[in-house]
Ligand binder design. Sequence first.
Ligand code: NAP
Ligand code: MG
Length: 479
Amino acid sequence: MKFEYAPAPESTAIVDIQSDYNLFIDGKFVPSKGGKRFATMNPANEQVLAKVTQGTAADVDRAVKAATNAYKKTWSKLPGADRGKYLFRIARILQERAREFAVLESMDNGKPIRETRDTDIPLAAAHFFYHAGWADKLEHAGLGANPKAHGVVGQIIPWNFPLLMLAWKIAPALATGNTVVLKPAETTPLTALLFAEVCQQAELPNGVVNIVTGDGATGSALVNHPGIQKIAFTGSTEVGKLIARSVVGTKKALTLELGGKGANIVFEDAPIDETVEGIINGIYFNQGHVCCAGSRLLVQENIKDELIEKLKRRMSMIRVGDPLDKNTDLGAINSKAQLTKIQELAQSGDTEGAERWSPECQLPEKGFWFPPTFFTGVSQSHRIAREEIFGPVLSVITFRTPSEAIEKANNTPYGLSAGIWTDKGSRILWSAQQLKAGVIWANTFNKFDPASPFGGYKESGWGREGGRHGLAAYLKGDM
Ligand code: NAP
Ligand code: MG
C-alpha cells in the first residue's frame, strides 16, 4: 500500500516580490543606464515572478567606481572588529528573515523548501557568522603578519545555490576588507536583490556591496573592468576557462570554482542502508544541480545487485513535485535550457547502451521536471560517465578491486569531490590519499561547513573557498 501525503504547501504571503527591480549600486536601488529588463520565472510553474535589470558595461563601471570609493574612503579604514560587527549584523538579519529568504529562493530556483529552509539559508547565515569572527584576527591566520585586502572584487555566481554562493563570496571578501560588485545568475537574481535590502537594513556603508544583475555579457564586463583587483567565479568549466583567458596578462587575482563528476565509491564492507541514504543525498539533493554531486556511483561488483535493489526501493519513496510543499524531496529543474541538457545527456546514455531506470512518478504538467534516474551498464567511455549532467541522474559503474576503484574514480578531467563507503578506517585513509579530489567524504556525503575549505583539482578549479584557505584568496600576504 502506498502511503499518501496530504499537500503541505508553505505560504508565499511572507515574500513581497516587486514587479520590477533596479540595480543595487552605492547603497541604493538605481535604474540602469540603457539596460533593458528581463523576466525571472518560477521553474515549477513557468510563472514570471519579476522583471530584473540587464546591467550594461556602463552600470558595471558605476558599480566598480562606487566600490572603489567605498574601499578607499570607508571600508579600508575601518578596524577589523568594526567590519566584523557589520558581518554579525548581516548574519543575524539573515536568520531573522530566514523564512522569507527560504520561500523566495524556492520560488525563483525551483528547489524544495525543505532544502532552502534547512540548508541554503542556515548555511548562508553560518558563513557570515564564521567570517565575522575572522575579521579582527586576520594577522593570526598564518597568512603574514599584516595581510592586506586586494581592494575591489568582482564576483560571479551560478543559479544552483543562489544565496549560499553569494554568502560564500561576500562574507570572506568583506571580512578581509575588500569591497564587492556581484553578479547573480540570470535565472535566480531575487535573493541577491533581497540581500541588498539586508545590506541597507544592516546600515552597511554605501558601496561596500553592489549587486548588478544581468547575463553573461554583464559578467564579462565585470571580468574585464580595469578597476577590479580580483575575480571570484563559480560556474561552468567552459566559462571559467574563458575568464582565465581574459585575466591572463593582467594583475587581477583569480579563483575559479567549476564543475565536477564526483565518484561515490562503495566497498563490499560498507554499511548498506546508510550507504543508500548517502547515495540519495549525493545525487538527488538539489535536483543534482550540485557541482560536488556524487554523480558516478562506483560499486564493488559482488554487492551491486543488493545495493541496486535497495536503491530502487528508496528511490521509489522520493517525492517529486511542488517545491513549496514541505513534503517534497525533489523540486523543479532550474530552467528549460538545463532540462534540455539533462534530457540530451540521458538520451546519450540510452544510445550508447546503458540501461536507464526511474521510479514511477507523476511529473507536474507545467514547469521543468526530470525524474530521479540511474543508469547501470555504464562504461568509462560513455558520455554519462565523463560529462557533468548537473541533474538527478546517477551513472553506476562497477569495480572488482580497491585499486581499480581508485583508478576509475580518478579517470576524469574533474577533481572536486569523492565519497568513500566502507567499514574499515584504514581503507578510508588509503583511498583518500590516492583520490584526486578537493573534498573527500567518508561514510557521508554533501556535508558543508564554513570552516572547511572547498575547491577542486584539475578542471574543477583554482583556489579554495571557506576556512583559513578561503581567506587567503582574498588577501595579499606579506610573507
Ligand atoms: P555558467 O554558465 O558558467 O554561469 C555561471 C555564472 O557566470 C552566471 O552568473 C552566468 O551568467 C555568468 N556568465 C556566463 N557567461 C559568462 C561570461 N562569458 N563571462 C562572465 N560571466 C559569465 O554556469 P551555470 O550553468 O550557471 O552553472 C552550472 C555550472 O556551475 C555547473 O557546471 C557546475 O558544476 C558549476 N558550479 C560549480 C560550483 C563550484 O563550487 N565548483 C558551484 C556551483 C556550480 P548567466 O546566469 O546569465 O548565464
Ligand atoms: Mg528564476
